[in-house]
Design a protein around this ligand. Sequence first.
Ligand SMILES: O=C[C@H](O)[C@H](O)[C@H](O)COP(=O)(O)O
Length: 217
Amino acid sequence: MNQDELKRMAAAEAVKQVKGGIIGVGTGSTVNHFIDLLAEIKQTIDGAVSSSEASTERLKGHGIPVLDLNATGELELYIDGADESTRHLHLIKGGGGALTREKIVAGASKRFICIADESKLVDVLGEFPLPVEVIPMARSHVARQLVKLGGTPVWRDGFITDNGNIILDVHNLRIMDPVKMEQEINNIAGVVTTGIFALRPADLLILGSPEGVKVIE
Ligand SMILES: O=C[C@H](O)[C@H](O)[C@H](O)COP(=O)(O)O
């Protein structure tokens, strides 16, 4: 089985968790499978809250109504992918640059189910370069502070987020304490969001593997 089939396997398992209502929907290639499968049961839900322009377009393409989070109240369920996850369900997200809206929707949801292929499961976060969304004028300042934290920030040149900001991808971090690192990066002036999801981790991790679906909670 290739990686894409494993992603679809995890997405198919997550669709079984959908019990109506309004679904929070993340971003990325794994979530794209989820959206396509959600379309098959779209009559059973009231709509979706989306974490990116890309997911909004895909949802609407399937005829799934996309709702404003300000109008929905707290969501029962949020489904999203990840670039890395530990067994503690601490994540790195933002490889596609959607981390800020993802963190908002995750924070506004009672239950966060993360879907991925099993290659995303790691012992320690940080081999995947950590995305940090930054206000453009703060780019150099934030980069210097990230160096002080031990990282090597690289500007994702040419990429602008849905919120009009830039991304620094931080290499060479070995994140032993994800909660502390998330707080430290959040505290740098000019940082909008760090791709560490540890203060609000996932509640359930569904992994597609050649042996079948694996679930970690
Ligand atoms: O900004 C992108 C998101 O955080 C994605 O959920 C993450 O990058 C994983 O994407 P994929 O499912 O394509 O591996």
